[in-house]
Each structure stands twice: as structure tokens, then as C-alpha cells.
Design a protein around this ligand. Sequence first.
Ligand SMILES: [Ca+2]
Length: 172
Amino acid sequence: MHEVDPLRCDVCVSEYKYFRFNIKTTRFKDGYTRDLQCQTYITQFSEIKLYTDGGARELELDASKTVVLTGQQCRADEGPAAATDGSLLTKFCDFHSIDEAEGINFAFGLHEPSRLSHYEFFTAEDCHGRDPTSWTLYGSTVGTDGPWVALNSDRQEPPEGRMASYGKRVLC
Ligand SMILES: [Ca+2]
């Protein structure tokens, strides 16, 4: 076990290998009424990225560790791996799980345990109502089934742009 410096938050000194991106709400769930031709209980994002060294270096994800713990992907080519493939043209799309109590649980991992400084995710190519609006990022040292430590929770108005960044979220 590591020693936690009381002057720094745990996430700043701990190394994690596995992550769970738990999406709680979308624009549609928050009352958004544009784009209602889009199926409304769908949630999607095109990519998630992790950084270290004050945001200067992107960490390489291990594609074999990307799974959906709870959820139902929209199409065969819109599974979890599509959000860790490095392309904003491909997306993870979940059919209706945002309306369930636990929301969507998207798990992914690194090749090696690493210290995180930032994370970032991106909207998909269509349908603003499907954009996440609140979420929690968890970390684990053990595996994609946890146990989990909450690293960051946030709520944000998504960017209007498609395949656009929510901005690098600062962990420490
Ligand atoms: Ca992608």
C-alpha cells in the first residue's frame, strides 16, 4: 500500500490501472427538447482519454480491457472498444441504460498502473440529446470489476460541437 500525502488528494499520489466511467444523465434526461427525432434514451460519446504529467502526456489504453459492465450497445460496431480506439469518427452508443438506476458503467484500462492528472471525453457525431451531462470516474488497482475508488464527479453542459471535447478534466 502507498502512503498518502495528507497535503495531496489520493488520486494525485495513487496509481490506477482500471477505470469505470459511470454516466448518470444525458441532455435529454435533463429536459433537452431539440433533436427529438433522435432516439431519446440513447447515450453516446466518441472517445475517452487519460493523461498524466500535468496533462502533457496521453496514456495508452489497453483495448482488451474495455468492457460495458451495465448497458446494451446500440450496434455491433458501437461497443466499448469504439470509444478507446483513438478515432472521434467512431463512438460508444448505449441503447437505453441511462434510464436504469445505475446508469451506464463503461470500464476500461491501461497497460500499466499510472498516476492520472486529467481525463477527457468527446461528443459523438450526431444527436445532442444523447450527450452525457453528469458522471463519475472511478479507479481500481485490481480489475474491471473493482473495487472502485471515486476519482472525480462532475456535471457539465456538453459542447455544442460534434466530435468535440468536454475539455480536459483536472484531477490534480
Ligand atoms: Ca472512437
